[in-house]
Design a protein around this ligand. Structure first.
Ligand code: AMP
Ligand code: ZN
Length: 430
């Protein structure tokens, strides 16, 4: 099923023509209306008329999140203030937030993209979507909400937390679809089992959209199995509308990134040079339809790759792989580059491990991985679980090439997360 079949299955040549037309318009508007870009263009000695092919995008300056912060609050606005109808901010952990503005048309366009995503996963009007993302300045919940309403499903704006109330809503209104973070999905599973509820017998669930933070294929499988549902990966960032930038289709093999709205580049984060299709690198996105806040070559800091080849579903927009990690999250122990997600992938594949874990960076040579064990394994003691501890240590060592200290914990020891989880505690910088 398609929401906008013509554009979702558009031929590559026509798509590229459309991209070039929109890129030229975007560059022109950014240059004319945003002093930050006109200054950058002068410094690089370029003018909008120098953009004559998609390849010319390389002439344009990158935009970084620091640039967004420096221009807070109104510096990157390309329209009159009166045309702006919505403000969101991006969840930064340090410093000033990034202000993201939407015109009416921008909100509508973001909702259209969500509608494409939802229909792509087989949703229908009789579905009930319980939206467990945070409503407010974060784009995660509201953009999804508008898109789901456009499709015509019943949306329950539950927000995160209040887990027992969530369960009651899910039962009373026969929720079929969840939108939530992977950490919260794992927590929800834990609460369900604790309450003696059976996801198959006591609920009506068919699918879940998981996003807002990196998670592994193992975690997807674990969640799909527990709830007996399909889990679809959902990727987005506030700077590019929020959710709906890239989403999995029923093939569940990479996320289609809507190329009529964004130009994709994958670069080597150190050199800034483009990498080949199928190679990992940092995702760089240029908006093609945003009115209030066009952004050129945005350095997302998310590491992914383009999946080569065509998708069986018939959509022609290229797919990006699961986000492997953020350049910000990567840490180095004994000279080895490690992403938290590599650790998660190992842990979620070990029988007897529950959902919650924490990585403590003790020093530049030593890290500790603290892991909760599953409830059925816990009999009041953990000292006798040496085999499990050794198995985890060995599996981690072979994945990340560094031998961590592994600490097993009682279920429920670590803090739970309703939104994005903090997995790494860096004692070296505390
Ligand atoms: P925000 O700007 O608060 O919307 O956060 C956006 C960031 O969340 C992205 O740049 C990614 O790092 C992360 N993110 C969002 N969706 C996913 C996903 N499906 N997988 C991994 N990371 C994600
Ligand atoms: Zn597909």
């Amino acid at each position: 099923m398609f929401w906008q079949k013509e554009i979702e299955t558009i031929g590559r040549k026509a798509l590229e023509e459309l991209q070039l037309k929109r890129l030229k318009q975007t560059v022109q508007r950014a240059y004319k209306n945003i002093p930050f870009y006109s200054d950058k263009f002068s410094k690089l000695n370029i003018k909008p008329k120098d953009i004559n092919s998609l390849k010319d995008i390389k002439k344009l300056p990158f935009t970084t999140r620091e640039n967004l912060r420096e221009n807070y609050p109104f510096g990157l606005l390309a329209v009159e203030r009166e045309q702006v109808v919505r403000l969101h901010t991006s969840s930064g952990t340090t410093g000033k937030p990034k202000a993201i503005f939407f015109t009416k048309k921008d909100i509508n366009q973001a909702a259209e993209l969500i509608a494409r995503c939802l229909i792509m996963t087989g949703i229908k009007k009789d579905d009930v979507l319980q939206n467990m993302m945070t409503y407010g300045l974060f784009t995660g919940a509201l953009i999804m909400h508008y898109g789901a309403e456009k499709v015509g499903v019943l949306v329950i704006p539950a927000g995160p937390g209040h887990t027992k109330r969530q369960l009651a809503l899910m039962q009373d209104f026969k929720t079929t679809t969840l939108h939530l973070t992977p950490s919260y999905a794992l927590y929800l599973a834990d609460v369900m089992s604790n309450e003696g509820l059976d996801p198959k017998r006591d609920f009506f669930l068919r699918r879940a959209y998981l996003g807002a933070e990196p998670y592994s294929e193992e975690t997807r499988k674990k969640i799909e199995k527990f709830f007996s549902i399909d889990v679809f990966n959902s990727y987005g960032l506030s700077e590019m509308n929020g959710p709906g930038v890239a989403f999995e289709c029923m093939e569940k093999n990479g996320m289609h990134l809507w190329e009529d709205n964004f130009i994709i580049e994958i670069i080597n984060p150190e050199t800034g040079k483009e990498v080949a299709e199928g190679e990992k690198g940092e995702l760089v996105l240029t908006t093609l339809c945003r009115e209030a806040m066009p952004i050129l070559r945005y350095r997302t800091r998310d590491i992914t790759m383009i999946i080569p080849g065509k998708c069986k579903c018939g959509r022609t927009h290229r797919r990006i792989s699961r986000i492997i990690g953020r350049t910000d999250d990567m840490f180095i122990v004994r000279g080895v580059n490690i992403f938290p997600q590599q650790i998660e992938q190992v842990l979620m594949g070990v029988k007897g491990v529950a959902q919650n874990y924490q990585i403590i960076l003790e020093s530049y040579d030593q890290m500790t991985v603290r892991v909760e064990i599953s409830r059925d394994l816990f009999d009041g003691r953990i000292e006798h679980l040496m085999n499990l501890q050794n198995e985890i240590t060995e599996k981690l060592r072979s994945e990340i090439l560094v031998k961590p200290k592994v600490e097993l914990l009682e279920p429920g020891t670590l803090p739970v997360s309703e939104g994005k989880a903090t997995r790494v505690i860096d004692k070296r910088t505390l």
